[in-house]
Each structure stands twice: as C-alpha cells, then as structure tokens.
Design a protein. Structure first.
Length: 634
C-alpha cells in the first residue's frame, strides 16, 4: 500500500469513528475544554514534557514566524498544554474553541491531525475536508506523536496554518521537532538517573565513618567524601581535581605496588597537614575494566583512633563497672566513694593502694565511667603478668622490623590504644626499674615513641595505677623509683580490706548469694547457720575476691560449703569485761543485761560484731535486746 492510500485509510477510519462518537459536524470546535483545578492538575502532571518541548516549539516558530502558523503541544489524551503562534491565527483558533485546555481527541473534536495521530500512533497531515468539523476546513494541520524512552505515547506536537499554506514539508518539520524532543527526553531521563545515582552514592559516601577519594589513572582526584575533608581538615576544593600525591607523598609507589598486584591494605600512615600530625589506617584499591586494566583507584582512610576504639570494644578494653557496683554502707566505703567521685574528671594521675582482692580495678573503672572520658577506651595492663622483655613493647608499641618477630606494619602500644581514655596500670609495684624510667619519661613528656621508631606520638591518656604493695617501703628497698611514685600518687586512694568495713560483710554475702544464684541458674539458698556464723567471724585475707568464690561454692552446695575446713575464724575481739565489782552482786539476768549493754557500746552499736564477741548469733542477740527493751528499757 502506497503512502497516499495509507493516508486516505487513516482519514477514512477517523471519519468513521467520529460519526460513531456522534460528533456534530456543525459544532464550532471541541466539545470539552478543561478549566480550573482540572486543567491545573493536567498541566502539573505534564510539566516535565512542557519544559522540554517548549524550547523546540520556539525554535520551530522562529522559522515560521509571520507565515500564519501556530504550534500546539497536547498530552497523551489530546488536551492542549501550550500554544505558540501568530496573533491572527491564534485569535481565529480561539473563536473555534482551540485554547489551552481544549480536548482535541476524536471523541471531542472529530477528525483532526492531533486526535487521529494519537489514536493511530502515527504522524499525519490533515487539510480542509479531511477535518470532521466544518469550521476546521479553513486549516491545514500536521501532527506527530511524542513517545517516551519505552515507546509509550506521552503527547503530540501539532503545526496549524491556513489551508492555502499546506505543504508536505510542514509535516517533516514537525516530525524533526518531535525527534529532537524525544532525544532530549531520553537525555534528561538519563541525566536525572545519573544525578539520582550520584546523589545516592554521595549520601552513602558521606554517611560512612571512613574518608575516601577516587582518582583516575593520572592520579587526579575525581571524587571525595565529606568525612575525608573533615579528617584532613581541608575544603573539598583543595583536593578535587588535584593530584593524589599532594595528600599521599608516596602515591606513585602505592600505584606501583597495585600494578605489581601487591595488596595495599590496612597500612598505618602519618599525615602531616595544617601543622598537625595524624595517624590513619590506609587502604588503596584498584578499579579495573573487564580486561583487568587499572582505570582508577579508591583510597580509604580510617581514623586510627576509631580503629583502636573498635579493637578495644571487641577485645574487652572497656570499663564495665560504675560506682553503683560498689557494695557497702560502712563509713570507710561511703567516704571512699565520695572521694573518688570528686576526682573522677580530673586529668591527674591516681594511685590506688590496697590489699589483693579489695576491688582496685572496680574503683578504677568507676572513676573512668564517671568522667568525661567514659565514651573512650579503658585499657588495662597487669605489669606483673607480662614478661620483662615484652612489657616495653606492650606499653609503647613497635614499628615494623623493630625486632625479630615484629608484626608487619608495626603494632600500637597500650598508650596509643588508650588515647583519649584511661590507661590502668595494675600491679605497678611489679614493674622493672628500667621500665620505670621509660614510663616516667612518657608521663612527663606526654608522648610515646614506638620501639624502633623515631616519631613521637602525642597521647591524651589519664593514668590510674594500682598496687597491693607499700611503695614507700619499696622505695627504701630500692625496687621502686621515688620520682615515679610522686608522679603517680598525685591523687592517692586507699581501699580498705573487707575486715575493716564494719557491717559490709552481711551486705556482701547477701549480694553475692543473689548474683551467684542467677549465674548458676539456682534459687538463692538458705545458708546453714553454722556456716553463716563462720562467714561473719572470718577475717577474709583474700577480701572480696575470696568471698565471691566462697559464696559461689555455697550456692553450688545449696547452702552448705565444701570449704568449711578452710574457713579459719579470727581471734575473738578483745573487750573489757562487763563485770563490775566482785561485790556488786546481782542476778544472772542482770549480768546478761549489763554484758549486752557494755558490749554493744564497745562495738559502736554494731550488732553483728557484738554478737561475735558474745558468742551468740545475731538473731539471738536481737531477741534479747528487744526483750530487755520491753521489760526494763535498756
């Protein structure tokens, strides 16, 4: 079928549909014109199409200006979205009800180029009697359908002029304009998708804790995230489109390593910028094309302190205890808690002294968690448990190759791991003398040199030391440096042994019974009376640690203990005899009353101690006191 026959078939089918729709040939124009909110909704829905098509409509109109033409843009259903044209033809079309909002579909307007083109999905030119409505016989119209990138109809572009201006090339102009609009739609969509992808990627990049930049094969930085700018304290403009070697002096060497297929991951580097020295964990990864050729690189920076904090978190280098975990109501404990709370936020060094098992690390952790450093690391090291040959590298770290067996890339010491937080030096009295000199130097200078290195790393660490030794006696023996002692004991703390904490033994027993019962998944046992009395009279040389283990044994034994023969009672408390003059004769009941009264007074009102001295259990003593209070008012 030739093009003329095809054209006539399209017109004939459209005329047939118009008749079936009941369109009146003598109608002055379209049956429906959208107005108000309904029109506003259609214009808003098609705003992107209007914005893209309008420049091309204006270019087309510049070619046809003053030649009696107008250009329409419709949506996919034939509603006119915008019109450009000569004033005379626009006035004539307005009289024919063709304005923005007019429905040019076949159902509303009968056969016309826009309605037929949209229904048949083709480009078409209508002229004179091709139109269904007689009022349109004076015009010639050329329309082409606009498609999106998926081929779906989204609108129509139409060129209308006086009938005598009809020319086959007119349709060609409209088709060319539509092709340009479709190309621009595709480009705009691609640009929108690229921008969306870029915005998404930028959001992901900027939400990462790490900093990174991407560079091309020439080492020019093409992308950088906000976190790297913050970490390096530079503006984005100072790094974008600049050479990567301005940030990393050994960039060419790194690229050589990648080309030789050597991994460059988790290398500790020092960045010198803004007169500051910062350590970072650096990894550089190649970007390769399908042929395996390197087309770019991505460098990832991690704040070394964040890395250390993560290491500390997952290796238990955190403080778990607070002052609420210190059980006791004795005067000595109440006084101790008040003292350590008051100095918690001080940067001064603390020396905690006390017998083994009194809870010195619990006090140290509580100080840390009550300070502004609580969200940073709490790193503990037992100076007596590490071999003398290793304690220096444990404290100060070492560089790669510092000694045989040194890890690749070096290793941070406890001072670096604790940076910004607290370093707890337990059993400080066991530290070798030569190490005491090194420790004193670090405390005085506030910086650390790794073994095998010459770069000083400034550290912000609060030192809390602990010992069960009398360091003044150790100084006299020559095993502890006097200058280090005074440097450590800026704030001295003494933790009393359990036997000096009046009234706390019963509290501790009840506390550990509950804790151990939960731990072992057993009910809280009723402790055998004779076992309980021995617990109260025992002097606890191992202090809280010994009591905790003993109570766990009792819970396992359902209130008895397999440690019965290991519990040695303390010597009875020495008190003056409650007896008066030999000649001051009275009844046994009166003697008992006097004995109880005197003993309670001598024990400072401590019923538990009085019961121990009198050789009765606490409940019996309470019962007697209550009876005498009722009967005789003691």
């Amino acid at each position: 079928m030739n093009s003329t026959a095809k054209y006539k078939d399209i017109i004939w089918r459209s005329q047939e549909r118009s008749a079936q729709y009941g369109v009146d040939k003598d109608r002055p124009g379209p049956a429906w014109i959208l107005q108000g909110a309904e029109l506003a909704a259609v214009l808003e829905e098609n705003d992107a199409l209007i914005q893209i098509a309008k420049p091309f409509m204006e270019i087309l109109y510049d070619v046809l200006r003053d030649s009696g033409f107008s250009i329409y843009l419709t949506d996919r259903s034939g509603v006119v979205l915008t019109i450009i044209g000569d004033e005379d033809i626009l006035e004539g079309q307005a009289k024919a009800r063709i304005v923005v909002g007019s429905d040019m579909s076949e159902k509303s307007t009968g056969t016309n180029s826009m309605g037929a083109a949209l229904h048949e999905d083709c480009s078409i030119q209508t002229s004179g009697e091709d139109h269904y409505i007689r009022a349109f016989y004076i015009w010639t119209c050329s329309a082409a359908v606009i498609h999106d990138e998926n081929g779906a109809i989204i609108g129509c572009l139409n060129l209308t002029g006086w009938r005598q201006s009809a020319h086959p090339h007119t349709l060609g102009l409209v088709v060319a304009a539509v092709k340009s609009i479709e190309h621009q739609l595709t480009a705009e969509k691609a640009e929108t998708e690229l921008k969306g992808a870029y915005d998404y990627l930028s959001t992901v990049m900027d939400s990462m804790n790490s900093g990174f930049f991407a560079a091309d094969t020439n080492g020019v930085v093409k992308a950088v995230n906000n976190n790297l700018c913050r970490m390096l304290e530079i503006d984005r403009g100072e790094i974008l489109q600049k050479k990567a070697r301005q940030i990393l002096e050994n960039w060419e060497w790194i690229i050589t390593q990648l080309k030789e297929k050597n991994a460059f991951e988790n290398r500790e580097i020092i960045y010198f910028g803004n007169q500051k020295k910062n350590r970072f964990d650096l990894s550089v990864y190649p970007i390769k094309n399908p042929n395996g050729k390197i087309t770019g690189t991505v460098a990832v920076f991690k704040d070394i302190q964040n890395v250390y904090n993560m290491i500390n978190k997952y290796t238990g280098m955190i403080a778990a205890y607070t002052f609420d975990d210190i059980i006791g109501e004795s005067k000595s404990i109440v006084k101790l808690k008040a003292q350590v709370k008051s100095i918690s936020d001080s940067p001064s060094t603390v020396l905690i002294q006390g017998e083994s098992g009194t809870g010195k690390e619990l006090i140290a952790q509580s100080i840390h968690n009550n300070s502004s450093r609580k969200n940073s690391s709490f790193v503990a090291i037992n100076c007596g448990a590490i071999p003398k040959s290793l304690i220096e590298s444990e404290l100060f770290g070492y560089e790669e190759g510092a000694f045989t067996g040194a890890k690749r890339g070096g290793h941070p010491g406890k001072f670096e791991l604790a940076n910004g937080g607290t370093l707890f030096l337990d059993e400080i009295g066991e530290m070798p003398l030569d190490m005491q000199v090194s420790l004193l130097r670090v405390l005085q200078e506030g910086c650390v040199n790794r073994l095998g290195g010459n770069k000083c790393t400034i550290t912000d660490v609060r030192i809390i030391a602990a010992t069960n030794k009398d360091l003044k006696k150790e100084i006299e023996r020559g095993t502890f440096r006097e200058d280090l002692y005074y440097r450590l004991s800026v704030i001295p703390i003494y933790v009393p042994p359990l036997r000096e904490r009046e009234g706390d033994i019963e509290l501790m027993i009840r506390h550990f019974l509950k804790v151990k019962a939960v731990k072992l998944g057993k009910p809280i046992p009723k402790v055998q009376l004779d076992v309980y009395e021995k617990l109260l009279r025992y002097r606890w040389p191992g202090n809280i640690r010994e009591m905790e283990n003993c109570i766990e044994n009792i819970v396992n034994m359902d209130g008895n203990t397999s440690l019965e023969f290991e519990i040695q009672e303390s010597e009875p408390y020495q008190v003056e005899t409650p007896l008066g003059s030999f000649y001051d004769m009275c009844s046994l009941e009166e003697w008992e009353k006097r004995a109880i009264l005197t003993c309670v007074e001598k024990c400072g009102g401590n019923i538990t101690r009085a019961a121990q001295v009198l050789g009765v259990n606490r409940s019996t003593l309470h019962a007697k006191i209550n009876r005498y209070q009722k009967e005789k008012g003691i």
